[in-house]
Every structure is written in structure tokens, then in C-alpha cells.
Design a protein around this ligand. Sequence first.
Ligand SMILES: [Zn+2]
Length: 327
Amino acid sequence: MFDLLALTLAGQVPAEQQGENENLHWRWLGEGLLEITPRQDYQHAVVVSAGIHGNETAPIELLNQLVKDVLSGARPLAVRLLVVLGNPAAMRAGQRYLHSDMNRMFGGRYRDFDHSGETARAQQLEQVIATFFDAEKAARFHYDLHTAIRDSRLPRFGILPFQTRPYSADMLALLDAADLDALVIHSAPGGTFSHFTSEHVGAASCTLELGKARPFGSNDLQQFAAINRALQAAVSNEPLPQRPGDALRIFRVERSLIKRSEEFRLYLSDDTANFTELKQGTLLCEQSGEEYRVQHAREWILFPNPKVALGLRAGMVLIEAPRSTLY
Ligand SMILES: [Zn+2]
């Protein structure tokens, strides 16, 4: 049977590039790209992506299994679906990326990077997304699946792109059902894949961080059971599972720490976990005459990384916000 992940890891072009059965038809659109359209009417058009960072294997395996189940008929398809394995070359190498981080490049920002396989791929993905949603009347969704490099005090969380319109109630229901610990709301546009689909095609979009990155075959897929069930329900248009745990915590980005000079210093140890709490007044970072001290009684650090290239984000400082911030 058609196995998108096996084909992509082998770098092969499939002998059959489209097919159909009584429920759906599918088209291979290029490396790591598969469009599946149900024969029945649908109200949702959904992009699910994984492997924008090539070593984040668990979501890639989870997504591939979902595709297999849909193609085999084991799972009914009730939405138009675009499956994206983001960075095949990095997946084959078991690396986050080969040259530059693709998830900073979207929205045309690939032009600001040295030309590489990743800038070409980001440009291709933008075109594929635009074509998929062109003239599409159904409600639009994009879930971009990731795992994090570092430990996290709140292990599973979603990151919502900055947007001026309210966040989709359907998407928030899925994120609740996926048993995430937290949602983080961006306060400014960025180069992520989910920001691109939110801004440029009006999709309800979210980046999902689902645990820690491990090599292919070493993942405890049980850890991903809740998001798996939520995505299964979404593609089959079935009722979402009940959220078992505590309510989602909501954070918003208070400040992005941009590295502007080589003297940039971040005063956190290399192994600082995401969502580590920072106390008011703590000197967090400094560079050429500029410093940042924790402003609020409690702030939290996300994605600290002082090794990024100049001009890029070396971390984000969060504050907790009421759920009403989402509407
Ligand atoms: Zn990632």
C-alpha cells in the first residue's frame, strides 16, 4: 500500500502518483506531499504537517499512520486533507535542518536566508498551500506537528500565530481535546509555517509541540495518544474525545528576545526547560547597552537559544493570560 513516509525516506518517486477507491481519491503532489479528497461533501479543508524539523519523528510517524488508515478505509475521511512532510532531506539525515531552520522562513522570509534546499522547500510549500486552498469554500485548518528539543515543565503545548481575528472555536475545541497543557499566543507576526497559513490563506492554524524529539522507532506513541485521537476525530468528523485533565493554561508572548550582536548574553543554563518560571527583577539577557529584566511578578521562558544567528529570536518571555484573550 502507498506509504508516504517510506517513499519520502527512500527519496523515491512513487510508480502510481494518484489513486482512488469508493470513498476518496488521492494525489501525490511531490516529495512528502499528499492530497486526499473524499467523494462525500465536506465542510473542512485541513492541512496536517510534520517534519518541518527533520528529527521530530514521533509526529511524522503518527501522521503517516493516520494517512495509512485513511487510504486503507480503516478510518473514514470526512474532510479534504493535505498531508505535508516538511523537510524530507533533513528527515533522511535525522537532523533538525541541514542548512537553516525552515520554521523561520515562511511568508517570503526565505528570501532573507542564503539559498539552500530549505529555502527552496519553504517556497514550494507556500505554493502548494496556496494551490490547495485556492477557491476552497470549506473552513480552513492547519495543524503543524512538532516535538521540542529541550525539556518542558508543561510538556505539550500549542502556539497560536498572531492574528487580529478571533481564534477558531472549532480549532480550540480540538486543542482542548488533544489534552495540551498550555496554549501560547504570539504577539507579532513570524516566519513559522502556521503563521503563514493563518495570514496568507486565512486558516485556523496552530503549531503543536507534543513532547521530546527522539530517533525514528524510539518513540513512545502512547505519549501522543490524545492528539492522535483528536486528529482522528477531526479527519473523520466524529465527536472529539473528552478532555481528561486540568483546563488549558493560556500564555501570551510578552517579549521576543532578539539577538542583535555577538555580545548577546542569555543568563540561563543550556538545559533550562521550557516554561521555567522567572522571578521579577532577574537579569535575563543583555547586549551592547541593552538589557532585559523580568518585569512581572512571574514570567516564563520559552525556546531559549542564545546560539541563533544575528537578527533571530533567542527566546521568548511569556506571561499568563485569561482564556478570554483567545476571543
Ligand atoms: Zn519543531
